[in-house]
Design a protein around this ligand. Structure first.
Ligand code: IPM
Ligand code: MG
Length: 356
């Protein structure tokens, strides 16, 4: 039976980076992989077409798909829209709608890019961290929320940090299983010294350890984790944390690897269905100029093949091709250094295809 993929180019550099990943997908299809795909808009592009960042048209295609490939959403032209219509709300809505609670964000330093990091090569060389971020709960979705006016006329903003036990357990399971497949070290990040929500988080992560006795569990407060990530990042294997801490720590970890333009991500639910997207944003400042780095999106396609389409071989095929292209010295501007050859987004796509 064919697998169905929804392709959501989104905004900014989204369409151009997704186009390069689709060329690789087309190659797999030409070589016999039974995949069908369909495009749909999300974010600002969806607002322009349907006046909603996650319109019913897109929702239907995504609900029916086995996996989703997303570029990025957002742009300054949408900043003035009413909050509920902004592109980011489309992203949050699709995560919630499809129950994509498990966000996997690897931070890997390719040996060829050791100099692209702002940290000393000896601190980051060989870096390979997997951040497991909870994606559909926490202060991002907790009620009550909003901005209201108090009796004295002063305004107050409210968001609510909350996690149910079941939500913590299901992300814990993903994190423990990821650790079992790697170096069996799991660091749970919280703020249990101040926030009760994360006190419960710590308790449950600890309790779950008895089901995964081969995994060494440690706990770290989020402020210390932020410090340790730049001080000695190689101490980490898998990190698991809630939505807001994961948002911040994953951006931080990405820069250890030189450029956020290199990092893919997966957001999965209990059935293995997933949405795959680069960890970076829509970079409106360089959109449409053939300057963006398509490698994070291409590597997101590899993650899709691995986690949702059960095709480890194809995933590795892509990852090896990316390694080859870097070894050849090809660099988009974000990872460029002296002595390398600067290429644009589509040339990088050409090179990965050729390397396959
Ligand atoms: C991310 C992004 C999103 C988030 C934004 C765009 C809503 O920063 O995927 O990390 O905060 O989750
Ligand atoms: Mg973020």
């Amino acid at each position: 039976m064919s697998k169905h993929i929804a392709i959501l180019p989104g905004d900014g550099i989204g369409p151009e980076i997704v186009a390069q990943a689709v060329r690789i997908l087309d190659k797999f299809i030409a070589d016999g992989l039974d995949i069908k795909y369909q495009y749909a808009p999300l974010g600002g592009a969806a607002y322009d077409q349907y006046h909603h960042p996650y319109p019913p048209f897109t929702q239907k295609i995504c609900q029916q798909a086995d996996a989703i490939l997303l570029g990025a959403v957002g742009g300054p032209q949408y900043d003035k829209l009413e909050r509920s219509l902004r592109p980011e709300r489309g992203l949050l809505a699709i995560r919630k709608d499809l129950n994509l609670f498990g966000n996997l964000r690897p931070a890997i330093l390719y040996p060829e890019l050791a100099n692209a990091s702002t940290l000393k090569p000896e601190v980051v060389s060989g870096l390979d961290i997997m951040i497991v971020r909870e994606l559909t709960g926490d202060i991002y979705f907790g009620e009550p929320r909003g901005i209201h006016t108090l009796a004295n006329g002063e305004r107050e903003g409210i968001n609510t940090m909350r996690y149910k036990e079941s939500e913590i357990r299901r992300i814990g399971k993903i994190a423990y299983e990821a650790a079992q497949k790697r170096n069996k070290k799991l660091c749970s990040v919280d703020k249990a010294n101040v926030l009760e929500t994360t006190e419960l988080w710590r308790e449950i992560m600890t309790e779950m350890n008895k089901d995964y006795p081969d995994v060494t569990l440690t706990h770290m407060y989020v402020d210390n984790a932020a410090m340790q990530l730049v001080k000695a990042p190689k101490q980490f294997d898998v990190m698991v944390t809630g939505n807001i801490f994961g948002d911040i720590l994953s951006d931080q970890a990405s820069m250890l690897s030189g450029s956020i333009g290199m990092l893919p991500s997966a957001s999965i639910n209990e059935t293995g269905k997933g949405m795959y997207e680069p960890s970076h944003g829509s970079a409106p400042d360089i959109a449409g100029q053939n300057l963006a780095n398509p490698l994070a999106t291409i590597l997101s396609l590899a993650m899709m093949l691995r986690y949702s389409l059960n095709n480890e071989q194809a995933a590795q095929h892509i990852e090896q091709a990316v390694g080859k292209v870097l070894a050849q010295g090809l660099r988009t501007q974000d990872i460029f250094e002296e002595g390398c050859q600067k290429v644009g987004c589509s040339q990088m796509g050409d090179a990965v295809l050729a390397a396959m």
